[in-house]
Write a protein that binds this ligand. Structure first.
Ligand code: FAD
Length: 495
């Protein structure tokens, strides 16, 4: 029986395991508990053409338009057409999405969608319900290793044969396998203000980069316009579905931020809304979501309401939620084909860590979970059909271990520099300074004497920062979520 090792317990890891179960031996190693992931946090829902009045072309065009046509069209078509089939299959297995009184699926609207096509579960708890449901389907078919941080590959005869990880006692362990699925999510913790879970530190991307695997679109990071913004309170996402239900972005004087700025108003693509909110904040204004016209807010958004109540936000009296943009999602990552195959033969990547090209320069809202459903299935099928002898492509350069120690910056300083340099508005001279600063540290290869898990996590953050910075410098024109100012004294303005 083939032995498959999956790194990461979010929806991507769980979906691949679901399609492989009972046909191969599966182990999932994950950094925290199996509940620790971005998937468990997803709020708005899954975008899918499931209403007879909707159609594939409309969803394809919305995806391409939000992605500024930087997308891989074949990936987009596959995502839009295959995703709904997987949803129907999960519903047949018992997954319950929210329905109206007649038992029909309820569809929400989110930014840059021209049709309400977002299905959701438990109101704003879609990720928890969906990921929990799929994890339930695989629970007897998978060996789980929790609190296990993967950090390096075992390579024998030019072939990846295993993963090295730190177990919960900080001991180095090796697990061998025939195929490896990298499902370790994005890079959110590289930024100081983010929606992402604390385990999301770009480890999979760094592990791939260290063995010369292909990455793409690393410059494209999505900043969500609306994270709760209160001093000393952990930010949470205030879903775009809240704007889809009628909320407006306003400043402290009640002026609408998006008025006259874009034909879709408050539901314009995320990159555009984030830049306008950023500009308003730079001008010294405060920004809020005005929810006065959202009906049944507490019923529709129970998770958000509970959190606002917990921190005594007076939204029940004044209908205002203070927000600012934050790091949310990575469009780029490990380059894959339509079957999740990477440039290294027996390594697959699925989920946010992967770059299938479906999202282009800016992801359309609620397309991420859909991507995982569609491409998770494709990756599993590809592994089941693959009879080839796995081996690393001859062209890849495999970094040998270094005898040196990791020489690393202070984590807080790294995050502060990255946040101010690689955020919503980027300036070339500042990125040059960041790259120069990073060149003073050693984070490219893992030392022979293993170091410790926190140190390697910091090395991964440095490596990913360097990759993003260099990709941003290489892309000299602004596109989608990558907005760059080339000259020192040019001022930023959305006008
Ligand atoms: C607050 C929030 C709301 C969102 N809402 C939506 C939405 O409504 N609709 C939508 O489509 N998308 C949404 N997204 C995006 C979407 O949830 C994510 O892109 C998606 O869930 C990523 O799934 P994943 O399985 O690829 O990664 P994750 O769910 O992030 O899982 C990665 C897993 O890998 C583990 N891991 C990381 N490093 C290692 C390592 N070194 N060793 C072992 N394990 C490791 C992590 O602990 C985690 O378990 C949202 C994201 C956030 C943060």
């Amino acid at each position: 029986m083939k032995k498959i090792i999956i790194i990461g317990s979010g929806l991507a890891g769980a979906m691949v395991a679901y399609y492989l179960k009972n046909q191969v031996e599966i182990t999932i190693i994950t950094k925290g508990s199996k509940e620790d992931s971005n998937s468990m946090r997803a709020q708005g829902g899954v975008a899918a053409v499931l209403d007879s009045k909707d159609n594939f072309n409309s969803h394809i065009n919305d995806t391409l338009s939000a992605g500024v046509n930087h997308n891989n069209r074949l990936s987009v078509e596959y995502l839009v057409k295959e995703g709904p089939e997987v949803i129907k299959e999960l519903m047949a297995q018992g997954m319950q999405f929210d329905c109206d009184e007649s038992g029909n699926l309820e569809f929400g609207l989110e930014g840059a969608h021209s049709f309400p096509r977002i299905i959701h579960a438990g109101g704003d708890c879609t990720g928890k319900k969906l990921t929990g449901f799929v994890q339930g389907l695989i629970k007897n078919s998978v060996e789980w290793i929790e609190f296990a941080q993967a950090y390096d590959w075992v390579i024998e005869n030019n072939c990846v044969t295993g993963v090295r990880y730190f177990d919960r006692n900080q001991e180095v362990k090796i697990i061998q396998g025939d195929y490896f699925i990298i499902a370790s999510g994005g890079i959110g913790q590289l930024f100081d203000f983010t929606t992402n879970h604390q385990t999301i530190t770009g480890d999979g991307i760094a592990m791939m980069a260290r063995i010369g695997g292909k990455l793409s679109d690393m410059a494209f990071l999505q900043f969500h316009p609306s994270l709760l913004s209160i001093d000393d309170v952990q930010p949470i996402l205030i879903s775009e579905a809240v704007r889809g239900a009628g909320a407006k972005l306003i400043d402290e004087s009640g002026n609408q931020i998006m008025k006259g700025q874009h034909p879709l108003g408050d539901l314009a693509p995320r990159d555009i809304v984030s830049r306008l909110v950023f500009e308003a904040l730079k001008q010294g204004r405060k920004v809020f979501l005005d929810i006065s016209s959202v009906e049944n807010f507490q019923l529709k958004f129970p998770f958000i309401s509970n959190y606002l109540d917990k921190w005594d936000v007076p939204y029940r009296k004044d209908s205002k939620i203070p927000i600012r943009p934050g790091m949310h999602f990575m469009m780029g990552g490990i380059e894959t084909d339509l079957n999740g195959r990477t440039s290294i033969n027996n390594l697959y990547a699925v989920g946010e860590v992967a770059c299938t090209g479906a999202h282009g320069a800016n992801r359309l809202a609620s397309n991420s979970l859909l991507e995982i459903l569609a491409f998770g299935k494709a990756a599993a099928n590809s592994i089941l059909q693959d009879e080839k002898q796995a081996s690393i492509n001859k062209s890849t350069s495999i970094m040998t271990r270094t005898p040196n120690q990791l020489i690393l910056p202070n984590r807080q300083e790294l995050i502060a520099r990255v946040s101010s340099t690689l955020g919503i508005v980027r300036r070339k001279p500042e990125i040059d300074v960041l790259v120069e600063w990073l060149s003073g540290f050693q984070f490219q290869s893992i030392p022979i004497d293993e170091s410790c898990s926190k140190k390697i996590e910091l090395a991964n953050l440095c490596l990913v920062a360097d990759l993003i910075a260099r990709a941003a410098l290489a892309r000299k024109e602004s596109l989608g979520a990558h907005y760059i100012i080339l000259e020192e004294n040019n001022e930023f303005s959305c006008k």
